[in-house]
Write a protein that binds this ligand. Structure first.
Ligand code: ADP
Length: 159
């Protein structure tokens, strides 16, 4: 059976930290689905379609990476699509505590789905989408934090 993992997140925007986690995880999985969470209650800077378009540019030459989106619980998305693994990245102790609670709750909700964590490389541990977004909103140059395939000049935020 094909080993498929979902990499869920807001990706607002997708950073080099996210990209590195996906590329490293390709050794572990046959296919990775980057699933952009479409949370109606969460105000995002980049629209869902813009976020997906940006991620598509990064992996256009990698057929084992697919881009999708979902609403609702991540484990329900996995169950609906027969996905056995949930991939997350860890940067800090705060990430660990947050992810631990979610993964343990997910284990109760969906015992067959395994959460798999990759520790970020030290060069990426300070990169987070909130800070990158603030730089972009304030007119700064955030390009060093964004995958080379994405030219931020071609994308507009919502506000
Ligand atoms: P969420 O809103 O689900 O936290 P994010 O887009 O912020 O979505 O993050 C998605 C996943 O990527 C999370 O597992 C997060 O810990 C991980 N991640 C974010 N930034 C980095 C980074 N710089 N290095 C490694 N993992 C990261």
């Amino acid at each position: 059976m094909k080993k498929i993992a979902v990499f869920p997140g807001s990706f607002d925007p997708f950073t080099i930290g996210h990209e590195a986690i996906v590329r490293r995880a390709l050794i572990l999985f046959d296919e990775i689905i980057i699933a952009v969470g479409a949370n109606a209650l969460k105000k995002n800077y980049y629209s869902l379609s813009t976020r997906k378009e940006m991620i598509n540019l990064v992996f256009k030459d990698e057929p084992r990476v697919k881009i999708s989106h979902y609403e609702g619980l991540t484990v329900d998305y996995c169950s609906r699509n027969n996905i056995g693994f949930l991939l997350r990245g860890l940067r800090t102790a705060a990430d660990f505590e947050f992810e631990r609670a979610i993964a343990q709750v997910n284990k109760v909700l969906a015992p067959d789905i395994e959460s798999v964590f990759l520790l970020t490389v030290p060069e990426h541990s300070h990169i987070n989408s909130t800070i990158v977004r603030d730089i972009i909103r304030s007119g700064g140059d955030a390009s060093v934090f964004i995958p080379a395939a994405i030219d931020l000049k071609n994308f507009r935020g919502e506000e």
